[in-house]
Design a protein around this ligand. Sequence first.
Ligand SMILES: Nc1ncnc2c1ncn2[C@@H]1O[C@H](COP(=O)(O)OP(=O)(O)OP(=O)(O)O)[C@@H](O)[C@H]1O
Length: 267
Amino acid sequence: MSVLEVRNLNIQFGGVRALDHVSMEAGEWEIVGIIGPNGAGKTTLFNCITGFYRPNKGKIRYRGKPITRLPVHKRTALGIGRTFQNVGLVKNTTVAENLVTAQHLETNYDPWAGMLGGPATFAEEARLRERADQLLELMDLSDVAEARVADLPYGVLKRVEIATVLATDPDLLLLDEPGSGMGPEEAHALGDTLLELRKEFGITIVMIDHHVPLVTQVSDYVYCLNFGEVLAEGRPDVVRNHPEVVRAYLGEEPVEDPADVASEEYV
Ligand SMILES: Nc1ncnc2c1ncn2[C@@H]1O[C@H](COP(=O)(O)OP(=O)(O)OP(=O)(O)O)[C@@H](O)[C@H]1O
């Protein structure tokens, strides 16, 4: 059974057809890449999967259960975690505090015990902090645990955001441009981390990104959207050299050797 199944999704904003009969799926343990030029409908697809947008037509299933009409918080409770294109963190607190706060959403935390500060509360806080430290280590972020989020560079913030979503214990992780603001080496290191996360937590990942080398490095399967439609899908090496995909990105004819394409940041 697929973890995520999207069938014939349509959504329209005024005259703009943002998604037009879009179907995709992601299986257990899979990393699925979503690429496509600006305005192709990638973030709109995430907004439909997470419940921020309600599609005009189509169905979304999570582990076989229809979720098309469920509100955002119920989808989160089912295990769908998401990062945002423009980083969704509390900027005036530290990195570690962001992770602890995210875990409070998952905990049966008694507000009275919290106010009175009994031993059970301290033990619980210590446990949440320990888990935060483990996640920060896994994401190579231990050295910024006490840094204020607002003081960190964008590339580091993207990693912090992933750690924060992991703190909510998701089963399906949707990453919106995790490689944005990163150079090729930083993006490659992020790719290694994502593969590590999949191994460590056994999660399914769907990732939007413009860094085609990053998408190629980690994805088992790739969808390319263009003007709200699936232009191509398949293994990453096949999609990145698909004539229509190369044309959509560069307006050029495809190159002979896919390795030539892999060296570019964009297809
Ligand atoms: N809330 C909205 N209201 C009106 N139009 C919208 C809305 N959300 C998305 N759109 C339109 O839908 C189309 C797809 O946008 P979307 O943000 O999904 O593209 P994208 O592939 O994520 O682009 P980018 O790579 O630039 O982030 C665009 O034409 C956009 O202007």
